[in-house]
Design a protein around this ligand. Structure first.
Ligand code: HEM
Length: 212
């Protein structure tokens, strides 16, 4: 089979890359475990926030997980391990296999602006599901960084005394709480946009479930 042809931001992929599944099995399992962990963390986190809100709004209890503060904390701490272990395995495999560089780089302001303009004009090609455009690359790199910030600020809120250096780096306990909240809000915004994009290209959902 022929190698994928080179484009300005996609150097010719090795022939092996164009065979086999669009997304390897391990990636698909980790993606769905991550989505589950994110739903558990966000909805139980909303319940925890409701117990001591720092804005003059709370989240509707019906949209939260855990039933009460103690239950929500149990869900949050259980989901935390899934998010952390799965996330570390995802990052470890992406780094050691070189997939991170192949799939998400290069990415830069000009390429993002070009692909965004093409997307808004309905001219962005989805012909090759193995290839992420630069807007996708930026969005996925952003959410990886955002979840990392969520985990780090969460560690400060969980074990403030043990992670005192991290707490200082994040501006103290109360500031770490704000960072945690805003990173959550950005994650929710990512998921909303992500779901719209997936709905626009339903074939990508089949590939993330079945691999092709
Ligand atoms: C809830 C939190 C979620 C997060 C943080 C998230 C994050 C991501 C990331 C980082 C990728 C790129 C994975 C990689 O190639 O390494 C991805 C791909 C994808 N996600 Fe999600 N996702 C979430 C939920 C969902 C949900 C609920 C759906 C569908 C209902 C979905 C459908 C997809 C699809 C179809 C792709 C592949 C896109 C493509 O091939 O163009 N994701 N997601």
């Amino acid at each position: 089979m022929m190698a994928t042809p080179a484009t300005p931001d996609a150097p010719a992929a090795p022939a092996a890359d164009s065979r086999g599944p669009v997304h390897p099995g391990w990636l698909r399992i980790m993606h769905w475990l991550n989505a589950l962990a994110v739903v558990i963390m966000v909805t139980s986190g909303w319940r925890i926030y409701n117990a001591a809100p720092f804005f003059d709004f709370t989240f509707p209890n019906g949209a939260t997980l855990g039933g009460w503060l103690g239950g929500a904390l149990q869900w949050h701490f259980a989901g935390m391990w899934l998010l952390l272990v799965n996330g570390l395995l995802y990052l470890g495999l992406n780094l050691t296999t070189g997939r991170l560089w192949r799939k998400f780089f290069p990415v830069g302001p000009r390429g993002v602006a070009r692909d965004l303009a093409a997307a808004l004009r309905g001219k962005l090609s989805h012909a090759d599901p193995r290839h992420y455009n630069q807007v996708q690359r930026l969005a996925y790199l952003f959410v990886i960084a955002d979840i990392t910030v969520l985990v780090l600020s969460g560690l400060v809120l969980w074990k403030s005394v043990q992670f005192d250096t991290l707490r200082t780096l994040l501006g103290g306990y109360e500031f770490a709480r704000r960072i945690h909240f805003f990173a959550m809000a950005l994650l929710v915004a990512f998921v909303a946009v992500h779901l719209v994009m997936v709905a626009l290209v339903p074939r990508s959902l089949i590939a993330m479930i079945r691999g092709k």
